[in-house]
Design a protein around this ligand. Structure first.
Ligand code: 5AD
Ligand code: SF4
Length: 474
């Protein structure tokens, strides 16, 4: 593994743009050989940050001359991987087996792997031993060098592996291919310093680094002039944004600056750590016309004993008091959460505490995960791992509570008329459009494609669990 490269700034952007030129020569050559434009497929595993990284990968691939496709049987396939839980890793290995059989039929096919899973040395060993047909592997810290790595791949007949342990680089202004024309994620910070004891993210994404507010605002302004009306500010823990900037600023102050951007209609952000959520942020959200009425506030566990072992830095009571304060100030806010069941040492009483918080916090939605042992994290070395049957039982109880609570909570909106951003044609029924309310609830209603990207008032007619059927109000 290579260690940190020193910060180089805008020169690095210039270097990478030169590599884009160079890579496009190789792609042109391939195009001549194939007698058509070569195709490429970017597959994303994991979170919103990976989705944003994939847009950057797609932007470069398109720029060097590939045609983007959803088909995995393409001339260049890249998996942007996740390693937060082991089942994500297993899915990657399974899909790689399939790619191998496709590659045997298409000798021009190139296969690349990147993302969080590649930051684990044991994964690299396994791929080098058992998946020799992979052409390029890189990690999370050098993704901005993708064009350069493509050139190295074209110039080498062996697997190219380039993984760094860490970086202090933030490289701006490289091409991006957005999935949606009207909404976009924006990285405001990278990495995490929290070291929750179960979590591998600090090890694979490195230390916390905030982008400068000037760069963030400039990127959002450019997006707005390109048709974006909604942005999602992305970071592992946005509430600690700005602490390590040359001129420190708070996340709430950044939000106020983003709010001023003309033409921008909606602002979302993810994820908030409860320990760092300030009163200033609650006030800014309350007074804002643009910040959406949604807060994702991961609980992880409702048991103070388990929270302590998880290194979360709050108690059950502190979490509930925070929720109460937020709901008191912003009554129409939707609160969603993440919950882990089966953390080492968790007993039935701890699960009861989690269920108690679910009831009291009245979540609009909750993502419930089975604890996954991640090598190298403190929790993996704990002796009191919970047997599978007990985990399953706890998981089923939590899931049922989440579903019942969320249904009741989402149902409260019935009969209201609320604004929805129209996102896409409904997959199952082409006569319906799918929109998203400010509070993140999904609503389906009759309409046509011309509405995509617009914010329209919708009457919420019938609640179906987590979503609504509605009618657009003329
Ligand atoms: N096992 C299960 N879930 C995990 N998460 C993070 N690490 C683990 C793990 N080892 C969950 C947390 C986090 C979400 C993104 O993934 O709930 O909030
Ligand atoms: Fe992982 Fe905790 Fe950081 Fe979230 S805050 S990425 S759960 S270490």
């Amino acid at each position: 593994m290579r260690i940190t490269e020193k910060f180089k700034g805008p020169e690095e952007t210039v270097r990478q743009i030169a590599y884009i030129e160079k890579a496009s020569v190789y792609v042109k050559e391939l195009s001549r050989k194939l007698g058509r434009k070569p195709s490429c497929c970017v597959t994303t595993f994991g979170c919103q940050m990976n989705a944003r990284d994939s847009e950057k990968l797609a932007g470069i691939l398109e720029k060097v001359g590939y045609a983007l496709t959803e088909e995995e049987n393409a001339d260049f396939v890249i998996f942007n991987t996740c390693t937060v839980r082991d089942n994500a890793n297993q899915r990657v290995y399974g899909r790689l087996g399939h790619l191998n059989s496709l590659k045997k039929k298409n000798p021009h096919m190139k296969i690349a792997l990147c993302g969080c899973m590649m930051q684990e040395p044991s994964v690299i060993d396994k791929i080098c031993q058992s998946y020799r047909f992979v052409d390029l592997i890189f990690g999370t810290h050098n993704i901005y060098k993708f064009a350069e790595l493509l050139v190295r791949m074209f110039e080498s007949d062996r697997m190219v592996v380039d993984i760094w342990e860490d970086t202090d680089q933030i490289v701006e202004d490289l091409p991006v291919e957005r999935k949606y024309p009207f909404k976009s994620g924006i990285n405001i910070m990278f990495g995490c310093n929290n070291f929750c004891s179960y979590c591998i993210v600090p090890y694979v994404r490195g230390r916390e680094r905030s982008r400068s507010p000037e760069d963030i605002i400039a990127e959002i302004k450019a997006l707005v002039s390109d048709g974006v009306v909604e942005v999602m500010l992305l970071g592992q823990n946005v509430n600690s944004y700005g602490k390590n900037l040359e001129h420190p600023m708070t996340f709430a102050q950044l939000l106020k600056e983003v709010e001023k951007i003309d033409g921008l209609k909606r602002i979302r952000f993810m994820t908030s750590h409860p320990k760092d959520l300030s009163d200033e942020l609650i006030q800014v959200m309350k007074e804002s016309k643009k910040i959406c009425r949604h807060l994702h506030l991961p609980l992880q566990s409702g048991s103070t004993r388990i929270l302590n072992a998880m290194n979360r830095h709050y108690t059950k009571e502190q979490y509930l008091a925070l929720v109460e304060k937020i709901r008191g100030e912003i009554p129409d806010i939707a609160i969603t959460t993440d919950i882990i069941v089966g953390f080492p040492g968790e007993e039935a009483q701890d699960v009861d505490e989690t269920i108690d918080v679910i009831r009291k916090a009245a979540y609009d939605n909750a993502f419930t995960f089975i604890y996954s042992k991640r090598t190298g994290t403190p929790a993996a070395a704990m002796e009191n791992q919970v047997p599978d049957a007990a985990v399953r039982e706890g998981f089923d109880r939590v899931l049922k509570e989440v579903q019942d609570t969320a249904r009741a909570r989402v149902g409260l909106l019935q009969g209201q008329v609320l604004d929805a951003l129209v996102e896409e044609v409904n997959e199952q029924d082409q006569s319906l459009m799918t929109g998203r309310l400010s509070n993140n609830t999904i609503v389906h209603f009759k309409g046509d494609k011309s509405l995509i990207g617009q914010i329209v008032p919708v009457y919420l007619k019938e609640c179906h669990g987590f979503y609504y059927l509605g009618e657009i109000q003329e």
